[in-house]
Write a protein that binds this ligand. Sequence first.
Ligand SMILES: C[S@@+](CC[C@H](N)C(=O)[O-])C[C@H]1O[C@@H](n2cnc3c(N)ncnc32)[C@H](O)[C@@H]1O
Length: 219
Amino acid sequence: MERKIIVTGDNSKTLLIPDLDETYHSKHGALNEARHVFIRHGLAEIKKEQVNIFELGFGTGLNLLVTMEYLSNHPIQVNYSSIEKYPLPFSIIKEMGYDELIDSSFSKTYLDAHESAWEEEVALTEQLTLLKQEGDIKSALMENSKFDLILFDAFGPRVQPDLWSVDILFKMYSSLKLDGRLVTYCAQGQFKRNLKAAGFKVYNVPGPPGKREMTIGLK
Ligand SMILES: C[S@@+](CC[C@H](N)C(=O)[O-])C[C@H]1O[C@@H](n2cnc3c(N)ncnc32)[C@H](O)[C@@H]1O
């Protein structure tokens, strides 16, 4: 699959898949989007000292990077699990430059996260463990009532409608604890109806710059 590195509206880079005309992040600003959707409306809303996160689509690891940034001034513990069907080569990760995007104090941990073994929980720092699994969310087995927060970061429904289906969303719902939260950049009507059908209470809040709305699903 061909991927091109492009610069987004806040100067952070993202990847474009020309064949699908789809990017990994918002063209208006990859870093702003990750902070807004997954931290401000995600992790920052979970009032717990230990938080279990599940991410759909590890990709560039940008959401893990903004999680590290959050942890640097919040004394909580995060267990971060992520699944990825198409792991990126390390050469692309280096070229993206996310290791120096926020602060060089995150470089080592961010690069360690990419170089760490798959299918094994590793302690990246005292506050953060990481479990990366290579596989397809459609066939992945997930434990019930395990996660406090799901970062739902698949490619958009235009490209991957099957990942925004009631089936997958019900899998997400089952894997959340009561009071758990799913956040995503997407605000498509059919997706929100599917979230409701899967059992979620659905809320919209303003999206990051350039996007009118984003979606929160609560269990
Ligand atoms: C919108 S990108 C976001 C990736 C990542 N969160 C980031 O910030 O770079 C979507 C990711 O989902 C992955 N993906 C696509 N289909 C998948 C599937 N069926 N199971 C697991 N991951 C999948 C893609 O390879 C890609 O890395």
